[in-house]
Design a protein around this ligand. Structure first.
Ligand code: WT7
Length: 666
């Protein structure tokens, strides 16, 4: 482990976890997954993937080559094949006579609903693709999507895919500044947004952030955006830029419902999705079409045991995150699933809203995040007990390690003590699930993602890249290329190589600590780099530090993720104020004012999700002789622990100074 990090506490806890839940014979008998898949994939890995690609995806030009790794670490999968992702997600199901099957049960937060069949979706996506083309969007142009969870959000993504225009979805919780930098980096031609969306019982505006992101700004490049397509959702007043802004209903509703999907090469970019890394600048993770779609469909079918004719599937993730891309849009739709799409928050208008939806739509597969499960635990089990959850038969977890107690609660209270839980490890970069139990095959263990899926090769290695023995701990790596792997960072090949491929020769370094138990099963232990995980959302310590330092009163800042019972981690910032402002924080009122100002500043710079939970004004920061901030020590303070070994500090009295200052009544 690096000097300033440690995963020891979680390792200790997890070593005591010995419960296991073998699949019932009834579940195993009907399961999609079979134990033989592991053997098949091990015997002929590329052949296994080629079979998945042929079975689960429809190609307009069949591929003859499976993997070309000659340009490593940029892979080419199924490269001589051609296909269209939207055709695969929609049209082929209609052609197969399934046009009347419900694709989306949309439920708005205020309770409005909309049922969208695959035939409806085909018409809507075709209209939207025609509308985008009439706004000048061509194959290869980038489109930024900044929308709440609406039917139009799914339609917009698929309309882009239909014309081969890579989309870049920006989560609606990001600020105008964050949106501006993503639009600029992707050099987008069109932005698709809405007047607003409903959140916690009230309309929440989105369009103003787009207006602000596109306004000329000193020092920023002129925007490449020609049009803004605006969905009317809340009816809020919006500012309008004539010639640039177009209402979705004006452009889309009257467009032709016939559109010929553009057949693209397998390696044609499907989307760019920005995610936080260890430096301040977000990375545009690039995914292409054929390999991505293959693995999204494969994992969705086997990890969730999807039976498209009878299951009702619900993934609670927002389309602004990769989970929404792979497990709301591409995976489930490629598999012809019927799913629930919910706009709002779990506690509006009441804390049973999710369970009410499970009962109403008879949801059979639920995929959510540990932070949501812990929140429900906090609200008490009498809330879900008020609803009929007996339709649930598979439960998924993603985004961060799930602690065994939350896992057990999920299984017992939500899964009626029978539904298998699949704890799925993957990343924006991996594009699709990589490590997970297979329901019906794996005996599940609370808290462990357990095994690499058939076709995936993962390992835990030590500092020298040696595979650790069972019982040992180290870093998670992926040893072989996989179909949905990122093809690079948009516009920055060198950063791609440096970030993932330079740590261990020939191995993909994921950034997670992990251990192998006595059975060789993998347990994830959290990030070993400067990336935090707050409610399953990825935030960079450096990015928040840069935001804080960009405020006039701040001289220096250090940010850590402190353990939090509900959100996994919480952002805690330590700031040194500039000389002339230092006095402001000497009174409790003054300190509060500074803290409020800084929290607000971070919300403006990055978005409300990045706001520090706590901001501590300190006289110094703990640094090593080489000037590296020792976040481990700050985390001790933030988690109210005795401060650990501080002997490598350049000035060992700094921690006393910090602790003494914080003990003052504040
Ligand atoms: C990071 C990736 C994958 C979609 C959502 C997050 C953590 C994710 C698990 C899991 C332990 C997990 C890792 C990973 N993570 N799933 N099942 N168990 N940790 O995508 O924002 O790219 O974040 O989330 O630390 O590196 P992301």
């Amino acid at each position: 482990m690096p000097e300033n990090e440690t995963t020891a506490p979680s390792l200790e806890n997890l070593l005591h976890e010995t419960r296991a839940f073998p699949p019932s014979s009834a579940f195993a008998a009907q399961a999609n997954a079979q134990p033989s898949m592991y053997e098949d994939a091990a015997a002929d890995r590329l052949g296994f993937w080629a079979t998945q690609a042929r079975d689960l995806v429809t190609w307009s030009t069949p591929f003859t080559q499976t993997l070309d790794w000659s340009g490593a670490p940029v892979a080419r999968w199924f490269a001589d094949g051609k296909l269209n992702a939207a055709y695969n997600a929609v049209d082929r199901h209609v052609e197969a006579g399934l046009g009347d099957r419900v694709a989306l049960h949309f439920e708005g937060e205020p309770g409005d609903t909309r049922t969208v069949t695959y035939a409806d979706l085909q018409r809507e996506v075709s209209r939207a693709a025609n509308a985008l083309e009439s706004l000048g969007v061509r194959t290869g142009d980038r489109v930024v999507i900044y929308l709440p969870m609406l039917v139009e959000s799914v339609v917009a993504m698929l309309a882009c895919a239909r014309i081969g225009a890579p989309h870049s979805v920006v989560f609606g919780g990001f600020s105008a500044d964050a949106l501006r930098s993503r639009i600029a980096d992707a050099e987008a031609k069109v932005v698709i947004t809405a007047d607003g969306g409903y959140r916690r019982g009230a309309p929440s505006a989105l369009k103003p952030a787009v207006d602000e992101a596109l306004a000329p700004k000193e020092g920023a490049p002129a925007t490449t955006v020609e049009h803004v397509l605006v969905v009317r959702r809340t009816g809020q007043d919006v500012d309008w830029t004539e010639g640039r802004d177009v209402w979705w209903h004006d452009a889309v509703d009257g467009a032709s419902e016939v559109h010929e999907p553009v057949q693209v090469e397998a390696e044609h970019p499907l989307f760019i999705l920005y995610t936080s890394g260890t430096t301040g600048k977000p990375k545009g993770i690039l995914h292409t079409t054929g390999g991505y779609l293959t693995q999204a469909a494969y994992t969705h079918k086997y990890v969730f045991d999807l039976k498209p004719e009878s299951d009702v599937y619900w993934c609670t993730a927002d389309i602004g995150w990769v989970t929404g891309h792979s497990y709301v849009v591409y995976g489930p739709l490629a598999n012809g699933a019927t799913q629930v799409l919910y706009e709002g928050t779990p506690d509006t208008p009441h804390r049973g809203r999710w369970w009410e939806l499970v009962e109403k739509y008879k949801v059979s597969i639920l995929y959510t995040a540990p932070t949501a499960i812990r929140t429900c635990m906090k609200w008490g089990e009498d809330v879900p007990a008020g609803f009929d959850l007996s339709s649930l038969r598979v439960l998924g977890s993603v985004g961060e390690p799930i602690n065994p107690e939350a896992w057990m609660w999920y299984r017992r209270v939500i899964g009626g003590d029978t539904a298998p839980i699949v704890d799925t490890w993957w990343q924006t970069e991996t594009g699709a699930i990589m490590i997970s139990p297979l329901p019906g095959v794996t005996a599940t263990k609370p808290g462990s993602a357990q095994v690499a899926l058939p076709g995936i090769v993962a390992d835990v290695v030590d500092d020298e890249a040696h595979s650790v023995p069972d019982g040992g701990g180290g870093y998670l790596v992926l040893s072989e290329p996989w179909p949905a792997m990122l093809r690079g960072i948009w516009g920055d090949l060198q950063r791609f190589k440096d970030t993932y491929w330079s740590r261990f020769e020939g191995l993909y370094f994921a950034g997670d600590g992990a251990k192998k138990d006595e059975d060789g099963d993998i347990w994830l232990l959290g990030r070993v780099d400067d990336v935090m995980n707050v409610s399953g959302h990825r935030l960079s310590t450096t990015e928040i530090e840069s935001a804080l330092v960009s405020h006039d009163v701040v001289a220096e800042a250090a940010v850590v993720g402190a353990a939090d019972d509900t959100t996994g981690q919480a952002v805690v910032a330590f700031v040194i104020l500039r000389g002339e402002h230092a006095d402001r924080a000497t009174t409790p009122e003054g300190a509060e004012e500074v803290q409020a100002e800084l929290r607000n500043h971070v919300a403006v710079q990055i978005g409300p999700i990045a706001k520090p939970r706590r901001i501590l004004v300190v006289p110094e920061l703990p640094k090593t002789r080489s000037g590296k901030i020792m976040r481990r020590l700050l985390r001790d303070v933030a988690e109210n622990r005795t401060v650990g070994d501080a002997t490598t500090l350049a000035d060992s009295s700094v921690m006393d100074l910090i602790s003494a200052g914080l003990k003052k009544p504040s």
